[in-house]
Design a protein around this ligand. Structure first.
Ligand code: PLP
Length: 386
C-alpha cells in the first residue's frame, strides 16, 4: 500500500531552497565561474569567537546533554528578558517566553495554539514562504494582502482591515521583512496592534531580523495591553550567527504561553541546553559584537544598492534591506521560476518571487546577507550576462 499522505501536504509547494538547489545539481558545473549563492538568509560570518569558546566550556559540564524545562532554563530567559529591555526599552518577563527550536518552531507553537483548521490568517505579500507552507499544513487559509510596489513592502492597514472576516484569527507580518527588507515603522506597528485589538485578533510579528534595525523596533512591550493581543517570534540564530543551533523564542502573554507549552511538550520538549547557554552568553556579553555586525550588514546593503544602479542593468530594485534585495527581473515572457533557472545558468542562485505568494512572478529574492562586500561586483556581472 502506498503511504496515505495528506492531500493538504501534497498541495504545499516544495521547499524553495531545495527546489533551486535541485536545478543547480542537474546542471553541468563550471569550474571557471564559481557559484554565487543568494538562496538562503544566513549571516556569512561565524559566531563571535568568545561565544564558541563558551560553548566549548559548556560541553564539558555534566548536565549539558540533559533536558531542560519545556520553556527553557529560567536564568537564560532572564538574560533574554534583559536583552529585550535594552533593545526595545521595555521587556517581556521571563515567564512570557518559550525558548524554541528556531523561530520556525516558535511559529508552529503560535499557530497551533491560536488557530484550527478552517480559520484564516492575513499575511502580507510577499510572505516568508515557510509561513503559508505551515498554515496550509494546519488547514489554515493564508489570505494575502497584495504587494503594492509603491509601498516598497510596507502593508496598507486599510487593506489589511478590508480582508478581515469572521474566520480571521491573526494578522501576520515579518519586520524587517523577508523578502523585501522593509522595516515597519513603530507608529505603523502601533496602528496594526490597535487594528488587531479592535477585531479581537492576534498581531503576530516575526522579528527574526530585529537586531539589524537601528533603534527600538517598536514600543509595544511598554504597553501592558500587549499581553492580550501581541505575539512575537524571535530568532537568535540570526542575531548571534547561530542558525544551525536552532535558537528561537516565542514571546506572548502568560495565558497564551501556558497553552503553547502543551504543544511544546509534545513537539520538542525543549530547546537544546547547549543552544540555551549560547543564547544566554550572547545576550549577556555580545551587544557590541551584534551592533558591529548590524552596522556592517547595513553598509553592505548600501553598497549593493549603489552597485545596482549600473546603467546597463535591466533588473530593478523593488525594495531592499540588510539581508535581502527584492528585484524585478527583465524577462516579461518568463515566470519567476524560469527567470531564476536562467540565472542558475549564469551560476547565480536565488529564489523565485512565486515562492513568496501569488502574483509575484516578475520578482526574485536575492539574499545578500550571504555574500561579502567583495562579491557584490560579481553579482552585478552575473545579472548582466544572464
Ligand atoms: C522571517 C523568518 N522567520 C523565520 C526564519 C527561521 O528562523 P530560524 O532559523 O530561527 O528557525 C527565517 C529564516 O530565514 C526567516 O527569514
Amino acid at each position: 500500500m502506498a503511504y496515505p499522505v495528506s492531500p493538504a501536504i501534497i498541495g504545499i509547494q516544495p521547499p524553495p531552497i531545495t527546489e533551486v538547489k535541485g536545478w543547480l545539481a542537474a546542471m553541468p558545473s563550471s569550474p571557471d565561474r564559481p557559484l554565487i549563492d543568494l538562496c538562503q538568509a544566513v549571516p556569512d560570518y561565524p559566531p563571535a569567537s568568545e561565544l564558541l569558546a563558551e560553548m566549548g566550556r559548556a560541553l564539558q559540564s555534566a548536565d549539558i546533554s540533559r533536558y531542560t524545562p519545556d520553556e527553557g532554563l529560567a536564568s537564560v530567559r532572564e538574560s533574554v528578558s534583559a536583552w529585550y529591555g535594552r533593545r526595545y526599552g521595555a521587556a517581556p518577563k521571563a515567564d512570557e517566553m518559550i525558548l524554541t527550536i528556531g523561530a520556525s518552531q516558535a511559529f508552529w507553537l503560535a499557530m497551533t495554539t491560536l488557530c484550527r483548521a478552517g480559520d484564516e490568517v492575513i499575511v502580507q505579500a510577499p510572505a516568508y514562504f515557510d509561513h503559508p507552507m505551515a498554515l496550509a499544513a494546519f488547514g489554515v487559509k493564508p489570505v494575502f494582502a497584495p504587494f503594492v510596489p509603491e509601498r516598497q513592502g510596507l502593508p496598507d492597514p486599510v487593506e489589511l482591515e478590508r480582508l478581515i472576516t469572521p474566520r480571521t484569527r491573526a494578522l501576520l507580518l515579518v519586520t524587517p521583512s523577508n523578502p523585501t527588507g522593509a522595516v515597519l515603522p513603530p507608529v505603523m506597528v502601533r496602528q496594526l496592534f490597535e487594528l488587531a485589538q479592535r477585531h479581537n485578533l492576534a498581531l503576530i510579528l516575526d522579528e527574526t531580523y530585529n537586531a539589524f534595525v537601528e533603534g527600538a523596533p517598536h514600543t509595544l512591550f511598554s504597553d501592558p495591553a500587549w499581553r492580550d493581543s501581541f505575539v512575537h517570534i524571535a530568532s537568535f540564530g540570526k542575531t548571534f550567527a547561530l542558525t544551525g543551533f536552532r535558537a528561537g523564542a516565542l514571546i506572548a502573554g502568560e495565558k497564551l504561553i501556558r497553552e503553547a507549552l502543551k504543544i511544546q511538550d509534545s513537539m520538542a520538549v525543549c530547546q537544546p541546553r547547549l543552544t540555551q547557554l549560547a543564547v544566554q552568553y550572547g545576550c549577556d556579553h555580545l551587544d557590541p559584537w551584534v551592533a558591529g555586525q548590524s552596522a556592517m550588514m547595513a553598509r553592505r546593503s548600501d553598497q549593493f544598492n549603489r552597485a545596482f544602479r549600473h546603467p546597463e542593468l535591466r533588473f530593478s530594485l523593488a525594495a531592499s534591506g540588510s539581508f535581502f534585495a527584492w528585484v524585478q527581473h527583465p524577462w516579461l515572457h518568463l515566470d519567476s521560476r524560469q527567470a531564476a533557472r536562467r540565472l542558475v545558468e549564469a551560476r547565480l542562485i536565488c529564489l523565485p518571487g512565486a515562492a513568496f505568494g501569488p502574483g509575484l512572478d516578475s520578482y526574485l529574492r536575492l539574499a545578500i546577507g550571504n555574500i561579502s562586500e567583495e562579491q557584490i561586483p560579481a553579482v552585478i556581472e552575473r545579472l548582466l550576462i544572464a
